[in-house]
Design a protein around this ligand. Structure first.
Ligand code: C5P
Length: 212
């Protein structure tokens, strides 16, 4: 039986990950960052030096495996855990470029759909409510002013070209970042984490926790 999906989309540093994690723990669903899938693939292309014209062949060989252990998703690339590398500067610089390729998106989407076959999920990303799970009744779009997003990223100490990532993510042809139809838009600029989480949970209606 297919699980339920709470979709949380938005631009870089809009607060999606932190909010999605908290909502997942509140409702007892599995937290999934779809960005981690793209980052793990970007790491693989950097380490292995895969040129753009070889991406299709490379990703078709299925270099990435998904482990769902103890309520946490781990991504393994050729058996090596990608987790420590997901925020590497080379990965942040590459990820939005490889995410423009339909072959990469098809690969990630097939893994995300497979997860939803087994589990109830809170999934965050750029196209979850618009493309990956458009039929889910629980869609949220988080945003914050560019200044606030830059401040949040700087506080995390990331070397991350978020303005350039946003530009690529919003202008690409396949699955660009958009406000999904039917989604609830929350501007998090002046809200605390708790306020955003409460706002999301208040809109879930009668969704039942798995482990009440
Ligand atoms: O969410 P995160 O910042 O980790 O995502 C990294 C990048 O992965 C995004 O900037 C975007 O290029 C890509 N991405 C995507 N579609 C998603 C999630 C992430 O294209 N659903």
């Amino acid at each position: 039986m297919a699980g339920r999906v709470i979709a949380i989309d938005g631009p870089a540093a809009s607060g999606k990950s932190t909010v999605a994690r908290s909502v997942a723990s509140a409702v007892g669903f599995l937290f999934v960052s779809s960005g981690h899938f793209y980052r793990a693939l970007a790491w693989g292309t950097v380490v292995e030096g895969i040129p753009d014209e070889k991406l299709n062949d490379w990703v078709t060989e299925s270099p990435l495996t998904v482990e769902d252990k103890e309520n946490t998703i781990s991504l393994l690339l050729d058996g090596k855990d990608a987790t420590p590398h997901l925020s590497d500067p080379e990965v942040a610089a590459k990820v939005s470029q490889i995410a423009t390729f339909p072959c990469m998106r098809d690969f990630v989407n097939s893994r995300l759909h497979a997860l939803a076959e087994e589990r109830d999920l809170v999934m965050e990303g750029r196209d979850i409510g618009s493309v990956v799970f458009p039929a889910t009744p629980w869609k949220f779009y988080l945003d914050a002013s560019p200044e606030e997003r830059a401040r949040r990223r700087a506080r995390q100490g990331d070397e991350d070209p978020i303005a350039e990532r946003d530009r690529l993510d919003s202008t690409r042809v396949t699955a660009p970042l958009v406000i999904p139809e039917g989604s609830i838009v929350i501007d998090t600029t002046h809200l605390s984490l708790e306020q955003v989480v409460d706002a999301v949970i208040a809109r879930l209606g009668n969704i039942e926790p798995l482990n009440p």
